[in-house]
Design a protein. Structure first.
Lengths: 786, 291
């Protein structure tokens, strides 16, 4: 059962249109919330006149910051760097607006239409100030002392702050000595554009206070319901048990969705204060201008290389455009960029400085493969530059620098997400061999070369990467078999649509030998479990999967023990087959799991010295992450006249240690690659000089469609199981995305026969067309003689 | 993303429609396929106080041949144009242009006349109408029927020569003889997107020589742009079989690219749009020959 390509148990309901997404929940007597948003990127709020809006019949309330001045800014969920505290976002703008779309006021009305009518009547007068849209230069003033004092409470020191909210520095080895001794030095200066996860379902939610119990019920939870429950409880002044978060179906997460945003606090707060159910459903334009953006990094990297092509040191700086505020992710993206930048290579010395810079853009957070997508693009551009400069094959240079299999587990003396960075297992050269064979890369390269010879602009490119997954510290699960012989699996997991119900059921089905239709999973319900770290960092299969394994094994042991006692047979003579404990090799004997559950009704359990119920809790704890790894191969053809790139083929090789369900792993990889391709070629949140966003609808924010997708090839390998967990799994959620931009850039270079020509994403046709019309130069500009 | 309040009326006849338009021309909008109007209303960029739904009005949809003209009813869906029969150059041109209109759901609902009345300078039908010097037939209660030549119809983006109380009823296009070589090429980042630049061409060729040329370009001006320079370059010249690489195509492309004065925006700056004009013009000419 584990590993089988079973179809998703989630799908029948979704395919029939019977899912329950955030906007499917309507509550009797509900008010509709509409947010009044800043039309300018930066300015002082001179006045907000809400009188006309409040006078409109059907409007229950209109709030500005003055009405919620007691609310603190939302806390950091991850990577809480102290220096960033003053940069957090007020729930409603407080005196100053810092991006187009920032919540300035909020309207509650009897219908969505009335709410929009009233929102238009709120008169906000803003004195515009100059906007920062490229924060990669010298730091500029950002917060005044009063703002620091208000947002940061403890950090207040009477001083203002510039727009560098955090500086990340990681270093090991002796980079200076390495560069002094280097035979060659290469450098790159590259940028990854601003884009983000854009789920099919926009944000949204609703809340009401259950009159019978007094509990605040909040619908629309996703990703991190337990953390959000605690945060909401704290902000509205309740105990966590008085707040219940309910996760329904979620139409995609990808990082942005499910984090705690200002709107997610306003809905429950208004429910309490107005005494009415309140609902908010985000529209797409709001989504594109207010939900977390991501990426948008500039990297200046250099490598010291010896005579043989061994990279002896990597050194550099990067700038991450955080946008207007630091939200729940704290310094996560920049932190991961820094720690994961070395990738699959040995790199005896390393030094990186990351600058998290504020700008007048929508705040940024994590998006599928955060930090790794950006860092992998920059690093692999550098690796290509080295290969070209030394006249070495791009794959051969990578092979020379891979961490060898016999060096595993390989410890890099830095931290990643607060854990020691130890690559737990891997055989990078073997995966490359398998890719060569599976997809017959030698022939593919010959074909591409022959077409180029014949005059076509076509090229092949590669991107290597290491991912990380399975962030701890803990997850729990409870497996309970009822008297009907069916299993209920309760966990703190969350589903953003990735199929977690299916894989958790498969683990239970494997251990208890039950079909999936005898297993039901409960997740994302704070009422039913008391702990869950959430669906992020590719951690559900690793952490919750192993917790479920632990509890299912305990249930099986208990079933065998109780059956042995009841049947007066030695446990060693019993086996669990098809949900029944039977005498070894003798179907029809023994007891069904349901019968055993009945034997464990409380008074009978007490008589045999067992805890009541055929139920056990299991926990899995981990101090270290697992490190899956992979390679992306892209074939790109370019139209000379228009510069339009066509991604013809996209191949992914990815080692996940152990696949719980191959179909789902391949789906994760393909979907992840589609998103990575979007960022590499199409999607971009561009801004005008005055900070006005240029992509606020799907006309201008170009999500790729089926028509833009290449022919995919996915190779999932299980050559390097993780030694860190009993299942041996590593996460599959992000490796489809990581090196897409790197591989496509490499292929575009190759198609143009101009190594190093691609220095930014998205790789737009007008940029390629410009490269085509410039006089070409055969050698890369990257090499500096040393 | 909810429209402001409006009145919705659904007339059952042309006369009733024109009466309604006559009552309150400035504040009324005609709803046909709604593929542009409804999103604009949801964004509150359009705020008609009355929406006149013509989907039940008989006689506004469908095509018919009248002598040497093809007449297309205003409410003819894009998909119906795409599914038109006929092996003549005009039918081929219309089918090929229709395939570029949005995606299938948009083509199923959106209408030929709606697209023209919307007057987006890069839209397929605006280009074709201007290319072939179509005649727009509009009607109002006050002034009855009148005809507007395509050259006078498109005034600017979202602005036509129609009066607010007028309805575009049908469009008449010249049928093209077998000596015509037509083509339609457009560039968009993704399949189904609005064109960044589109070019459509119609050459009359006799004994291998171009006797008449029409070239219309979208995405370079506020209205569909007829490139007189490209047309003059082509007329009187002999067509090569391999036109895509021919000096004539290159000369026409250069003439058009020099003549246009395209805007710069997030989708492409002026020099890039000129490049696209060159590429699309070449591609359109090649289609005409390749048939």
């Amino acid at each position: 059962m584990i590993g089988e390509s079973l179809q998703r148990v989630e799908d029948p309901v979704l395919l029939r249109g019977q899912g329950r997404f955030a906007a499917d929940v309507t509550l009797p007597g509900q008010l509709h919330m509409r947010v009044v948003r800043s039309p300018v990127a930066h300015g002082r709020i001179r006045s907000i006149d809400t009188s006309a809006a409040r006078a409109l019949p059907g409007v229950a309330a209109v709030w500005t910051h003055d009405d919620i001045a007691d609310l603190p800014p939302i806390a950091f969920r991850l990577t809480p760097i102290e220096s960033m505290l003053p940069y957090r976002q007020p729930v409603l703008a407080r005196g100053r607006v810092r991006y187009v779309g920032e919540p300035v006021a909020v309207v509650f009305a009897e219908s969505e239409y009335l709410a929009e009518d009233a929102a238009e009547l709120v008169d906000v007068e803003v004195e515009a100030l100059p906007a920062t849209v490229d924060p990669t230069g010298e730091p500029t003033p950002w917060l005044d002392a009063e703002e620091v004092a208000w947002t940061a409470v403890e950090a207040a020191d009477g001083a203002g702050r510039d727009n560098e909210s955090a500086t990340i520095h990681l270093e090991y080895g002796d980079p200076d000595a390495a560069f002094a001794a280097a035979a060659h030095v290469f450098d790159v200066d590259v940028r990854v554009g601003r884009h983000s996860g854009v789920p099919m379902e926009c944000r949204g939610g609703s809340a009401h206070v259950d009159a019978a119990t007094g509990v605040l019920m909040v619908n629309g939870a996703a990703k991190v319901p337990f953390w959000n429950r605690d945060a909401i409880a704290q902000m509205v002044g309740r105990s966590p048990h008085e707040v219940q978060l309910i996760e329904g179906h979620v139409g995609g997460g990808f990082g942005p969705r499910g984090e705690l945003y200002p709107e997610d606090v306003l809905v429950p707060l208004a429910t309490i204060r107005l005494g009415r159910p309140v609902r908010w459903v985000e529209d797409r334009q709001e989504h594109l201008t207010t939900c977390n953006h991501s990426r948008d990094q500039r990297h200046r990297l250099r490598a010291a290389v010896d005579e043989t092509g061994l990279i002896t040191a990597l050194d550099g700086e990067f700038w991450a455009d955080q946008g207007a505020y630091v939200r729940t992710h704290g310094a996560t993206v920049a932190g991961l960029t820094a720690s994961m930048l070395p990738g699959p290579y040995l790199l005896p010395s390393y030094r990186i400085t990351g600058h998290v810079r504020m700008s007048n853009k929508t705040p940024a957070g994590t998006y599928r493969s955060p930090g790794r997508y950006e860092g992998t693009f920059a690093r692999e551009r550098l690796i290509d530059a080295i290969a070209n400069g030394l006249g070495l094959d791009r794959i051969e240079l990578r092979r020379r620098n891979f961490i060898p299999a016999d060096a595993m587990p390989y410890r890099r003396p830095i931290l990643a997400m607060g854990t020691e960075l130890v690559y737990d297992s891997g055989d990078y050269a073997l995966l490359m061999d398998r890719m060569e064979e599976t997809f017959d890369l030698p022939t593919l390269r010959e074909e591409v070369a022959a077409r180029r010879e014949a005059g076509e602009l076509v090229g092949i490119g590669y991107g290597w990467f290491v991912e990380k997954s399975g962030l701890g510290p803990s997850e729990g699960a409870r497996v309970m078999v009822d008297t009907g012989g069916s299993a209920l699996v309760t966990t703190g997991a969350s589903s953003v649509g990735q199929g977690v119900d299916t894989v958790l059921s498969q683990v239970v089905g494997e251990v208890l030998d039950l079909d999936l239709d005898r297993i039901r999973t409960v997740r994302g319900q704070t009422e039913h479990f008391n702990y869950g770290r959430g669906a992020f960092a590719t951690r559900q299969s690793v952490m919750v999967g192993n917790a479920v394994l632990e509890s299912a094994l305990a249930v099986r042991a208990k079933a065998l023990r109780v059956a042995a006692h009841h049947l007066e047979i030695d446990e060693a003579d019993l086996e669990l087959v098809r949900g029944r404990v039977q005498v070894v090799g003798t179907p029809g004997t023994g007891l069904g799991l349901g019968e055993i559950a009945a034997l464990l009704e409380p008074h009978r359990a007490k008589a045999i010295g067992e805890e009541p119920g055929l139920t056990c809790d299991g926990w899995f704890h981990s101090d270290h992450m697992t490190y899956p790894y992979g390679v992306h191969v892209a074939v790109v053809q370019i139209d000379r006249g228009t510069g339009k790139p066509t991604l013809e083929r996209f191949l992914v090789g990815y080692d996940v240690g152990k696949a719980l369900n191959h179909l789902l792993v391949e789906g994760q990889i393909t979907g992840g690659a589609a998103q990575g391709i979007g960022g590499a070629l199409y999607e971009e949140f561009r801004y005008a000089e005055d900070g006005q966003p240029q992509a606020t609808t799907f006309m201008d924010y170009l999500m790729p469609t089926m028509a833009e997708m290449p022919e995919f090839g996915v190779l999932v390998t299980e050559d390097a199981p993780s030694p860190l967990n009993p299942l041996g799994v590593k996460g599959a959620g992000e490796g489809g995305t990581t090196a897409t931009a790197a591989a496509i850039a490499s292929a575009v270079d190759d198609a143009l026969s101009r190594p190093g020509s691609v220095t930014q994403t998205p790789i737009r046709p007008d940029l390629i067309r410009q490269l085509i019309s410039e006089p070409g130069h055969e050698q890369s500009p990257n090499q500096k003689e040393h | 993303m909810k429209p402001s309040s409006f009145e919705y009326v659904r007339p059952e006849s042309l006369a009733e429609t024109l009466d309604l338009l006559h009552q309150d021309p400035e504040e009324s909008k005609v709803l046909a396929g709604g593929q542009s109007l409804v999103p604009m209303m949801n964004f509150r960029l359009a705020r008609p106080s009355r929406l006149i739904d013509i989907n039940r009005v008989p006689g506004l949809a469908g095509t018919r041949v009248e002598g040497d003209r093809l007449v297309i009813g205003t409410r003819t869906r894009h998909l119906a144009v795409q599914n038109m029969s006929g092996a003549d150059p005009l039918a081929r041109l219309l089918r090929s242009a229709a395939a570029h209109v949005g995606h299938l759901p948009i083509r199923t609902r959106g209408t030929f006349g709606g697209s023209l009345a919307h007057s987006d300078a890069a839209s397929e039908w605006c280009l074709i109408a201007r290319l072939l010097d179509a005649t727009m037939v509009v009607e109002s209660r006050a002034r009855g029927r009148r005809e507007i030549p395509a050259a006078d119809f498109f005034l600017s983006i979202f602005t036509t020569a129609m009066e607010p109380d007028e309805l575009l009823v049908e469009v008449s296009l010249p049928r093209l003889g077998d000596e015509h070589r037509t083509g339609f090429a457009e560039f968009a980042r993704r399949a189904g997107d609005f064109a960044i630049v589109a070019v459509t061409t119609d050459l009359a060729v006799e004994k291998g020589v171009v006797t008449h040329a029409r070239v219309c370009i979208g995405g370079v001006a506020d209205t569909p742009f007829r490139s007189g320079a490209a047309e003059a370059t082509l007329v009187g010249q002999r067509l090569d079989d391999d036109i895509a690489t021919s000096p004539l195509a290159r000369a026409a492309a250069e003439a058009a690219a020099s003549e246009v004065d395209p805007p710069s925006d997030a989708h492409g700056d002026a020099p890039y749009r000129r490049d696209l004009v060159r590429a699309m013009l070449t591609s359109s000419l090649a289609q005409g020959v390749a048939r």
